[in-house]
Design a protein around this ligand. Structure first.
Ligand SMILES: [Zn+2]
Length: 164
């Protein structure tokens, strides 16, 4: 992967985190960006469908109504996204993985997953990674740059910061 591409990868990941802040969900903010080469095809964040009021629903109802960031990005693409890449602020859940696979996205970029995250979401992580592996979707874990990360990674790990 060229230096330029790494720089753009960091930019698209920054963009996914920026888009995540547009979510009105007070507890979870997820962002996703779909890329074709160096071109942005679509973006999405988690939330209710247009026109469905943002009531103080309980957790279970909220879960049923919410469209995930990756789903929204796929729905908004409005074109064939076979072979495109997806940048997401979190490892996609198994339901989103199924859709990502079905539309032919070939690469998924996610931030480096911490041990804490992996232990909290262990089962779902295994299902998601298993599906991606089975279908040949590459999952690339990235270190985030110190510029955009509120909790900077160690300098030795921060390849993306060096390439800016
Ligand atoms: Zn999902």
């Amino acid at each position: 992967m060229s230096e330029l591409n790494k720089k753009w990868q960091a930019r698209f990941m920054d963009m996914a985190f920026m888009v995540a802040t547009w979510s009105k969900d007070p507890s979870t903010q997820v962002g996703a960006v779909i890329i074709d080469g160096n071109h942005i095809v679509s973006m999405g964040f988690n939330g209710y469908p247009h026109g469905v009021e943002d009531r103080a629903d309980d957790r279970e109802i909220k879960y049923l109504k919410t469209i995930h960031a990756e789903e929204n990005a796929i729905l908004h693409a409005n074109r064939n996204i076979n072979g495109c890449s997806l940048f997401a602020t979190h490892l996609p859940c198994p339901n989103c993985c199924a859709k990502i696979i079905q539309v032919g996205i070939s690469q998924v970029f996610i931030p480096h997953q911490t041990d804490d995250y992996l232990s909290r979401w262990g089962d779902k992580v295994k299902v998601s990674m298993g599906m991606f592996n089975e279908c040949g979707v590459s999952v690339i874990q990235m270190e985030r740059s110190s510029k955009s990360n509120p909790h900077p990674v160690g300098a030795s790990e921060s390849a993306y910061a060096r390439n800016k």
